[in-house]
Design a protein around this ligand. Structure first.
Ligand code: GTP
Ligand code: MG
Length: 303
């Protein structure tokens, strides 16, 4: 029998570095949501990439930053928990944002401090190289390696799939021998209900401005199959204040209608069937202090 290999690779880094974009590129399909705003990913998501006899289980994580509130703490806790279970760690940085004037920014410093005691191979992944001059990159790699001893360095533009194949072959050669933990044709270990809630949350990120996306969460309440293959999905958007509810609804319910339509369109593509999506907006003042909401989001309340 041929040998098989299987292991975990955690994708960590500051908020907005492009971690989920890299994950989606490695997995070859969308399994996590991406946005131009920081703190898009809220929980640990597993994606699966196959490379011949090797199964690479990628773990996407929320961005690491100085947590202020309970929800922030829970998110950062997820990222460091992923590091604990990983065989390989990929530190993804936005080369135009996390390093300024050839220096480490305070937000990157927080991540490097957390990595100080980690005794596992950590690869440096400089992302968004399309945004800077190529000739500046060798000096940046040298500077970062003077701060932390990385096992490998990669230069990529994740959203253009540039350099992603090199990361995949590196991970392929680094995974330990072992049985595959997931079926070969499975791309992501994310329950459909959670993925559907995330897709709606992504549309909220796109359609709403400023801080509002941080004040809300989305939960899938019902999931039913109709007429053999149509899906009927009901979701609740939780907000903290009545004013936020009004903004999401919009004049004559126009905003929520847009959000619902674009979410439904994408859900139909993902699940390959007709989707009837019903969105409700509820005010729950202290949802960010409610243990039940954390469980629903896949987060730990007490950290
Ligand atoms: N120019 C450029 N933009 C990129 C690249 N990769 C990702 N982006 C953009 O960077 C933004 C953040 O990407 P995400 O993948 O959501 O980043 P993340 O690290 O998962 O962010 P959080 O989940 O919020 O921590 C999005 O607008 C992406 O389209 C790249 O190679 N070049
Ligand atoms: Mg993300």
């Amino acid at each position: 029998m041929t040998k098989t290999y299987c292991g975990f690779a955690a994708v960590i880094g500051p908020p907005n570095a492009g971690k989920t974009t890299l994950m989606n590129a490695l997995v070859g399909q969308k399994m996590g949501i991406v946005s131009a705003k920081v703190q898009t990913t809220r929980t640990r998501l597993r994606g699966i990439a196959m490379a011949e006899a090797t199964q690479i289980i990628l773990v996407d994580t929320p961005g690491i930053f100085e947590p202020q509130k309970r929800l922030d703490r829970a998110m950062v806790h997820e990222a460091w928990s992923a590091v604990k279970e990983a065989d390989e760690i990929m530190l993804v940085l936005d080369v135009a944002h996390d390093i300024k004037g050839g220096e480490i920014t305070p937000q990157l410093d927080i991540v490097l401090q957390g990595l100080a005691d980690v005794k596992k191979p950590v690869s440096l992944v400089l992302n968004k190289i399309d945004l800077v001059a190529r000739k500046s990159l060798p000096a940046l790699i040298a500077m970062l390696n003077a701060h932390y001893s990385f096992s490998h360095s990669f230069l990529i533009a994740a959203n253009a799939d540039d350099g992603v194949a090199d990361i995949k072959s590196h991970l392929q050669s680094s995974m330990p021998e072992g049985v595959w933990l997931y079926p070969e044709d499975m791309a992501a270990d994310i329950p459909s209900r959670l993925l559907a809630a995330e897709i709606t949350r992504e549309k909220l990120f796109v359609h709403l401005h400023q801080e509002l996306p941080y004040a809300l969460s989305v939960e899938t309440e019902t999931w039913e199959t109709h007429k053999k293959h149509d899906l009927r999905i009901e979701q609740t958007i939780y907000v903290r204040r009545e004013g936020q509810r009004a903004i999401i609804l919009g004049a004559q319910g126009r905003t929520i209608k847009h959000i619902g339509a674009s979410s439904r369109k994408e859900l139909e593509q993902i699940f390959d069937c007709r989707v009837h999506l019903f969105l409700f907006v509820k005010v729950r003042k202290n949802w960010q202090d409610d243990p039940a909401r954390y469980r629903a989001l896949g987060l730990t309340y007490q950290v």
